[in-house]
Design a binder for this molecule. Structure first.
Ligand code: FAD
Length: 409
């Protein structure tokens, strides 16, 4: 017979957890399925989240999901020039955060089926009226009939695949090690060092007890391990430190990095369809410069839940009725293609030009108002006019849009 629900959430990452929580808060009958046997592992995230993201989503973190309080981001340019972007936030124990999100939805009545993988979907129609989807897959509780399916399956984008809604996105690869006794002043260190991370960057994200995630994203997937090892070997702060397995995989396995793929083609063309809403990475929502996606996943989930509740109340779950979802995220999220232009402009610069640009920024970039930006432009014009004209302004814009208030983290 299987199960019936208003909303089937596919995937229990930050997007799925937030969708389930917000839908349950709105009184919907929710089922969440997760392919893995446990929520949140393997971790595929640097694990940081800003205060702005948390207040935007009305989330009060319990102590057990917090690893460390942090002051913001420090950007380190190729010549070692350092500039801060102070805005407070947390480094999480991300798997515990994701488990906590879903548990809250379960407390409100959502049903959670672990070890359940969506594999196929068929339209349900009654007298020509679209009523939802009949979903099949691996797991005892299939089939599941859902009026609306929220696809939170991450970069897999399972509904886009099954229903052929969108082309596969371009992706960038990310991986990191957990290291011990890493020195920190509680900033997230982002190294824009293209010699190791092609069209990407490297990071040191500090955690509790001296631990840190040290990793990179790069378009050069085949060399990802080699380049991270080389970066560690070449960098005084990390060279002699111990690499361990994080506690969620500390079961005698060989020590190794962990990570995953991040979509970088931008929002998908189609983010809603009959009985379907795509959120988070499954919708292509990642911040272009530093590729953070948790804030966007959490927020798009809230938009999806509100849209689903309205549609179910109106007894109309067609694409027409769900179009409000795409309107909502489009009016809220920053202009992806503009920022992407800035990222391309940044990576078209030589290491030396990037460093000149970095030196022209004020030491603290968070309070760079109009006069601050004008000052940077003047310094650039004086030091390297050719740089200014080589689209440095879009590159600066990309940094600006990487801030928490623009869903950067
Ligand atoms: C190395 C790395 C570092 C990162 N660092 C950061 C960072 O510091 N801050 C930040 O904001 N973002 C970061 N990101 C990006 C961030 O991890 C993602 O944007 C975010 O996890 C997206 O959330 P999501 O819920 O959309 O998808 P996911 O977190 O990917 O969750 C999708 C879930 O769906 C499940 N699933 C997939 N297919 C199916 C199926 N058919 N049936 C059932 N379940 C399914 C998966 O098992 C998974 O649990 C990083 C990414 C990587 C790879």
């Amino acid at each position: 017979m299987g199960a019936i629900c208003d909303v089937l959430v596919v995937g229990a990452g930050p997007g799925g957890g937030s969708a389930a929580l917000h839908a349950a808060r709105l009184g919907l009958d929710v089922i969440v399925i997760e392919d893995h046997k446990e929520i949140g592992t393997p971790v595929h995230c640097g694990e940081c989240i800003s205060d702005i993201a948390l207040s935007n989503l009305d989330l009060n973190l319990p102590d057990q999901v917090i690893s460390k309080r942090v002051h913001g981001i420090r950007v380190i340019f190729p010549d070692g020039t350092q500039k801060r972007l102070t805005e407070h936030g947390y480094v999480l124990e991300k798997h515990l955060f994701e488990q906590w999100l879903v548990e809250q939805s379960v407390d409100l009545g959502a049903r959670l089926f672990l070890g359940h993988k969506l594999k196929s979907m068929e339209r349900i129609e009654e007298n020509g009226k679209f009523m939802g989807h009949y979903c099949e897959g691996k797991g005892d509780n299939f089939p599941i009939n859902a009026k609306i399916v929220i696809d939170a399956s991450g970069v897999t984008g399972v509904c886009s695949k099954i229903l052929e809604l969108n082309q596969r996105p371009k992706v960038i690869a990310g991986m990191q090690y957990e290291m011990l006794q890493v020195p920190t002043d509680d900033y997230l260190d982002f190294y824009i060092w293209p010699q190791y991370a092609e069209k990407g960057y490297l990071w040191m994200i500090p955690k509790s007890d001296g631990r840190a995630n040290v990793g990179l994203v790069t378009e050069n997937k085949s060399r990802i391990v080699k380049e991270l090892d080389r970066f560690i070997e070449d960098t005084d702060e990390f060279r002699d430190l111990e690499i361990v397995n994080p506690n969620w995989k500390d079961d005698g396995r060989k020590i190794s990095g962990f990570g995953g793929a991040i979509p970088i083609s931008g929002p998908h063309e189609t983010t809603h369809s009959d009985g379907i809403l795509l959120i988070g990475d499954a919708a292509g929502f990642t911040s272009p410069l530093f590729e953070g996606g948790s804030h966007l996943a959490l927020k798009s989930a809230q938009f999806a839940a509100i849209t689903a509740a309205d549609a179910i109340l109106k007894d109309d779950v067609t694409a027409n009725s769900l179009a409000k979802y795409s309107e909502r995220w489009k009016s809220e999220f920053p202009p992806y293609h503009k920022i992407l232009r800035g990222k391309s402009a940044l990576y078209s610069l030589s290491d030396q030009d990037m460093s000149v640009m970095g030196r022209c920024f004020p030491d603290e970039m968070s309070d760079m108002g109009i006069s601050g930006k004008a000052m940077v432009a003047i310094r650039l014009l004086v030091r390297r006019p050719s740089l200014y004209f080589r689209r440095i302004i879009p590159a600066m814009l990309a940094f600006g849009y990487s801030r928490a208030k623009y869903y950067g983290w």
